[in-house]
Design a protein around this ligand. Structure first.
Ligand SMILES: [Zn+2]
Length: 408
């Protein structure tokens, strides 16, 4: 296999999680009687451009089904994050009713609704019908397409190049990162700005976040790799910020390569930190599997010990993270009885692989488990705040990443 960015032969495995079903392939009750398709879940690191990427496999198209269940507006903290971003970037770039904003992977309109409210013309690009419908319902216009060179060219031809193109948590999920990045340049006005947010590979390694690995998450990105990908597409990263979202993300600011704005010192500083951390040193990547194995083993030992004590264990958040962790650890209903999730689209379904049933959060109060595992550890504070009732019967919360921890 060759690197998706620079075409170098990939020789070095970063992480091998065996085989797993697609993390968003939630199952209906009827589907439980049928065979389940799994795909290899293996990451390589490119020693030339340092892009960490999933292994190619056949039938990749099977991963994306139309009933893809994630709606961004489900998470309160994510909505607040989007609102703050819209306000800050509007001020920084001086956006107004003569500007044009494009969001790539605009989901259910959770972000662009802030621009609509401020009277700033905008357009979401979103291929999934369910979320696009939800977006249009709240007055956020949508182009139902995947983003890349072809879509960008059609926008440019229609005179719809943007002053701001934003993509929050799409960049890592794009199969062809070169095509996507060239699309950004084509759809960007002269003097325009691109902002992208993505989980920071440095944090993934540092905080043992191997459960953020899943098939639809094609790339694991650093400023080191993204700067190169941007440069090859005729773009330049001119500023970078660290964000606490998704366990530690980067927000990068990009412009056309020959834009008049200077590159800010933040860029060189972050590149230096990545080098100091070892992101240009193969051994840092090759040590990661044993770190992931320790987290997995500690979690399994905890579950087994609690079961021996006769304790009941439920979980909160039917997130992709939970599926990766449970499938790698081989956890089934014999260890975790059920998982609650606030998204009605997931309730009544079953987690892929583990077949653990997904219930409404009100079931927590009826079943009163001794332990509640929080799979989306990145929003653990929000979950605990919402589910204070668990304390009333002496229940406790636990997370497994970056290490096993009881949350009090
Ligand atoms: Zn490469």
């Amino acid at each position: 296999m060759k690197c998706r960015h620079c075409q170098t032969d990939l020789k070095h495995v970063f992480l091998d999680l065996g085989h797993a079903p697609p993390s968003n392939a939630y199952l209906s009750k009827e589907a439980l009687n049928q065979p389940e398709t799994t795909f290899p879940l293996k990451l390589y690191v490119c020693e030339e451009c340092w892009l960490v990427q999933t292994e190619d496999y056949s039938q990749a198209d099977d991963l994306f089904s139309e009933d893809y269940a994630y709606y961004s507006s489900t998470s309160q903290s994510w909505l607040q994050h989007a609102e703050r971003y819209a306000k800050t970037i509007t001020e920084r770039l001086g956006l107004d009713n003569r500007s044009f904003v494009i969001e790539v992977a605009s989901n259910d309109g959770y972000l662009l609704k802030n621009f609509v409210a401020a009277g700033i013309p905008c357009l979401g690009v979103e291929p999934t019908n369910g979320t696009a419908d939800a977006s249009e319902k709240i007055g956020v216009p949508v182009l139902r397409k995947f983003f890349g060179v072809a879509t960008a060219q059609s926008l440019a031809d229609a005179g719809k190049r943007a002053d701001l193109i934003c993509g929050n948590n799409v960049y890592a999920h794009v199969p062809d990162i070169n095509d996507f990045t060239q699309g950004l340049r084509i759809a960007l006005k002269d003097g325009g700005t691109v902002t992208l947010e993505f989980p920071h590979l440095m944090r993934l390694i540092e905080k043992n976040q191997f459960d953020t690995v899943y098939h639809e998450h094609f790339s694991y990105l650093s400023l080191t790799s993204v700067s190169r990908i941007f440069a090859q597409a005729g773009l330049r990263v001119f500023d970078v910020e660290e964000l606490p979202t998704h366990g530690g993300s980067l927000r990068i600011y990009g412009c056309h390569f020959d834009d008049l704005r200077n590159t800010l010192p933040s860029v060189a500083k972050m590149l230096e930190r990545e080098v100091a951390f070892g992101l240009q040193d193969l051994s840092v990547y090759q040590d990661f599997q044993s770190k992931a194995n320790k987290v997995k083993n500690d979690f399994l030992e905890f579950l087994i010990a609690q079961k021996r004590f006769g304790k009941s264990i439920g979980a909160y958040g039917a997130a992709a993270k939970g599926n990766t962790l449970m499938n790698y650890a081989g956890i089934k209903r014999n260890l975790i009885d059920f998982v609650c999730d606030a998204a009605p689209s997931k309730q009544g379904k079953y987690m892929p692989g583990s077949h653990i049933p997904i219930l409404a959060p009100t079931e927590l109060g009826k079943r009163k488990p001794d332990w509640v595992v929080i799979f989306p550890w990145n929003i653990a504070d929000e979950v605990i705040q919402q589910q204070q009732q668990v304390r009333s019967w002496g229940g406790k919360f636990v997370i497994s990443v970056p290490e096993l921890k009881v949350l009090v």
